[in-house]
Design a binder for this molecule. Structure first.
Ligand code: FAD
Length: 468
């Protein structure tokens, strides 16, 4: 084993092959602190060529490789299992923006570039890189691609898959595939790029990417609408889409209990309404003309929704600064949940038109099975993506409730599938949802996935035990 590590050190340099437990610890623990794996070493290569050489070495010695970016993933994909047989291969040192082309509207980046770093580099050129999520200060483009991350901009710009034009990948055999093409049209055979996106490191290691940039809007303005029900949130979404089209850049749903948690744990944040309402929608309109134009569009849409009897009350920001305050309410929901204790989380998607019916169906089923349980339901309604989290009844300890995880999952995921939805909207499968995937995918689909894995990684060294 030490001969293996010696060879790793000869490739990456001794300082970048970590095997002391204290040095490895942050790379082995998952972001939510639910699981800590074990590894032979953490490898931190500094170039694409070093990545390829290290993978060739691992292939030779049949050492499993767990690729890791910012380690912010939420499904136990980026940490090794407990066996101690794998190495973690961190892309963090590959952090260069290789080129930025404002005319082609593309950025060519190393996989370890932090998302926020790319957002800022694009902004400095008057462009927008629209992927945005709460972990953007530490997640990487390689991780975003490998999980096909979503976030708050999907409604207008699509998820990470739709933001990528080209990839560079180190294969499980240690070859380098350079597909860094900045083309919007390229029909030259099978789309290998799309195969690696969302593969969670099970097919190869993404080392570079060409990402799309967009014109930066002049202003994005937000309103918080108080509503009677999720059905009214859907009516509001349709109304605003009809009026504002592509100017609608965000549409988030938040239940009363979600915002109650935020008010309890973050009392310093704004409270736009005097009393509670059953549901809230956070809307964002962006304008390529001016702040005043965005405010006018938003006020017009909210006015029409009032007249149609859809909205009970609304707070419309009149400046970008006020908009930030409203967004903070949405962004603090996960933090408020964490402060309140553990709960059973679901990251699900449904056809947008069926969301209200799904909630009306699933909530009573949960209450019947787990009386008094509290639902923290919020999410990217415009994309059909709900975070449908189930917290213990008041007065019941977290640990006592978490033993119900399997049966709670069954109620929620069975209902999701019955409504034509997906058990993982944006976080992926990892090790956490592997058994759920096996339960809900058809044998045909699973066999096709296994065939792809076997063809590209016949020795099964790339992130084994994840997804399949
Ligand atoms: P990691 O966690 O390091 O890895 C994730 C997976 O990708 C693992 O399977 C890993 O093996 C693989 N991987 C990483 N880099 C590479 C590479 N270069 N090549 C091949 N495989 C690789 N996700 C959303 O989609 N939307 C959200 O709104 C969202 N909000 C979040 C909020 C918080 C506070 C947190 C902590 C997480 C959130 N996430 C969200 C989840 C997470 O941030 C994303 O999944 C992100 O894309 C992971 O990026 P990462 O660099 O941290 O990847």
């Amino acid at each position: 084993m030490s001969a293996f590590l010696d060879r790793c050190r000869a490739i990456a340099g001794a300082a970048f092959v970590l095997d002391a437990p204290a040095d490895m610890a942050p790379f082995l623990r998952d972001w939510r602190g639910r699981f800590t794996g074990s590894a032979r070493a953490v490898l931190r290569p500094g170039s694409v060529d070093e990545v390829a050489q290290l993978v060739r070495l691992c292939a030779l010695d049949a050492v499993p490789v767990v690729p890791q970016g910012g380690n912010t993933g939420l499904v136990l994909g980026s940490v090794p299992d407990a066996s101690g047989s794998a190495v973690v291969l961190s892309l963090a040192r590959l952090n260069r923006i290789r080129a930025l082309d404002p005319v082609n509207r593309t950025a060519t980046v190393d996989a370890g570039v932090i998302l926020q770093q790319l957002q800022e580099a694009a902004a400095a050129q008057g462009c927008l890189f629209p992927l945005s999520l709460a972990a953007e200060g530490s997640c990487t483009i390689g991780g975003n691609l490998s999980t096909n991350a979503g976030g708050t901009g999907v409604l207008r710009y699509g998820n990470t898959r739709e933001l990528c034009l080209g990839l560079e990948v180190v294969t499980p055999q240690g070859e380098i595939w350079s597909g860094l093409r900045g083309l919007r049209k390229d029909n030259t055979g099978y789309d290998l790029r799309d195969l690696y996106i969302g593969a969670e490191g099970t097919l190869g290691i993404i080392t570079g990417a060409v990402m799309k940039l967009f014109p930066a809007p002049k202003a994005s303005i937000t309103a918080l609408a108080a509503l009677a029900s999720p059905a009214d949130a859907l009516r509001l979404l349709s109304l605003v889409q009809d009026r504002a089209g592509a100017s609608l850049t965000g549409f988030e749903l938040m239940s009363a209990f979600s915002l109650e948690l935020v008010a309890r744990h973050f009392p310093q944040l704004p409270r736009p309404f005097a009393g509670p309402h059953p549901e809230y929608a956070l809307l964002e309109i962006s304008s390529s003309e001016s702040e005043a134009h965005a405010v006018a569009l938003l006020e017009g849409a909210i006015g029409a929704a009032y007249e149609a009897g859809i909205v009970r009350d609304a707070a419309v920001a009149t400046s970008v600064a006020q908009s930030r305050g409203l967004w903070q309410l949405r962004e603090h929901i996960p933090l408020a949940q964490a402060a309140d204790g553990k709960n059973i989380k679901h990251d699900i998607s449904l056809p947008v038109s069926r969301i209200a019916d799904f909630i009306a169906h699933a909530e009573p089923l949960l209450q019947q099975a787990f009386p008094g349980c509290r639902l923290v339901c919020f999410g990217h309604l415009g994309d059909g993506n709900l975070h449908f989290n189930v917290a213990p009844p008041a007065g019941i300890g977290n640990e006592a409730f978490l033993v119900n995880q399997e049966s709670v999952n069954r109620v929620v995921h069975d209902a999701v599938v019955a409504f034509g939805g997906s058990i993982s909207a944006e976080h992926g499968i990892g090790a956490l949802k592997r058994d759920e995937l096996a339960r809900y995918k058809s044998p045909v689909e699973l066999n096709l996935m296994r065939a792809i894995k076997a063809a590209l990684d016949p020795s099964n060294i790339m992130n084994p035990g994840k997804i399949l």
